[in-house]
Unconditional design. Structure first.
Lengths: 153, 152
């Protein structure tokens, strides 16, 4: 094969390979999400309040998964790794939703959930984030008792 | 005016147009977001004990443009509240005879089809792909007699 043909073929193969990897990762994520959703619906349907996909940052790196608001707790199941996080609503002490955040191209918006000294960053669809904020305000005993959520701007 | 000056002016106009379009799009999204916030607050404050799921969805209309809105599932019904002008759609779960989701996500996996059959009527929505199976599962669970096979 001539050098000129190789110069065209190699980048084309790389582009196709990158798209295949993206497609494969998306398909695997979708499959894992389907399993997680089925499990949550089958085992907690009666106490389910809300369920959405979101990015959660508990430490440094964000993690994508399914977040479900149940009767007395919030459950996050990662679709990248085999881990889950359970947060009792009694531990939620404050919420912070930046009111004047400009819309960005990702379509995500951030809600900070204060759990005593630590806090979680939830990034989810900008159009439904208010539902989560209102639901958490109502469902968290501490926030419901105070009437307003501490730290909201 | 020299050709150089015209080139600079055209370049400036091009950037101004791009920034202008961005500002208009952002303003439109911001307005939609405020409407969505109001709808979500209303849904949750009034019916927190009944609500099961909420998702941002697009309602596919046979004629005209798709309609953006909030799709909410309650104990006994599914409600679609458009963000723009348009009627609120209410689908009692007792009337839904079949539900299906698309096999593949479209638009690089940004949306996925969710279709309800109510008698002769078919209502199609596009919802986030990762939770589409939860919607199908939840509706099938609420209506045990429902047929899970895909429509069409």
């Amino acid at each position: 094969m001539q050098a000129r043909e190789m110069a065209v073929l190699v980048p084309a193969v790389i582009v196709v390979a990158v798209f295949l990897v993206i497609w494969l990762v998306s398909a695997l994520m979708a499959k894992k999400a389907e399993i997680v959703c089925r499990e949550i619906i089958n085992s907690h349907f009666n106490e389910l309040r809300l369920l959405n996909d979101c990015w959660l940052t508990a430490g440094i790196f964000p993690d994508k998964g399914i977040l479900a608001l149940l009767g007395d707790r919030m459950v996050f199941v990662s679709i990248f790794f085999n881990k889950s996080l359970e947060v009792p609503l009694s531990e939620v002490t404050g919420l912070k939703l930046p009111r004047f955040a400009l819309p960005d191209r990702s379509g995500l918006r951030v809600l900070w959930v204060q759990l005593g000294p630590r806090r979680l960053k939830l990034s989810m669809n900008q159009f439904i984030l208010a539902a989560w904020k209102t639901a958490l305000e109502k469902a968290s005993p501490m926030l419901a008792a105070s009437g307003i959520s501490a730290g909201i701007k | 005016m020299s050709r150089d000056q015209i080139g600079v002016l055209l370049g400036f106009l091009f950037f101004a147009a791009i920034i202008g379009i961005d500002i208009v799009v952002f303003a439109w999204i911001y307005r939609q977001r405020r409407k969505a916030d109001r709808i979500c607050r209303e849904l949750i404050e009034r019916q927190i004990n009944e609500i099961k799921m909420v998702a941002y969805a697009k309602f596919v209309r046979s004629a005209g443009f798709n309609q953006n809105g909030i799709l909410a599932m309650f104990n006994d019904r599914v409600v679609f509240r458009p963000l723009g002008r348009g009627q609120i759609l209410e689908m009692p779960l007792a009337q839904i005879s079949r539900v299906s989701t698309g096999r593949f996500g479209s638009g690089m996996g940004v949306i996925k089809k969710l279709e309800f059959e109510l008698g002769n009527q078919r209502l199609r929505f596009y919802i986030p792909p990762l939770v589409s199976s939860a919607w199908r599962e939840a509706i099938e669970k609420t209506m045990p007699a429902i047929s899970p096979r895909p429509i069409g």
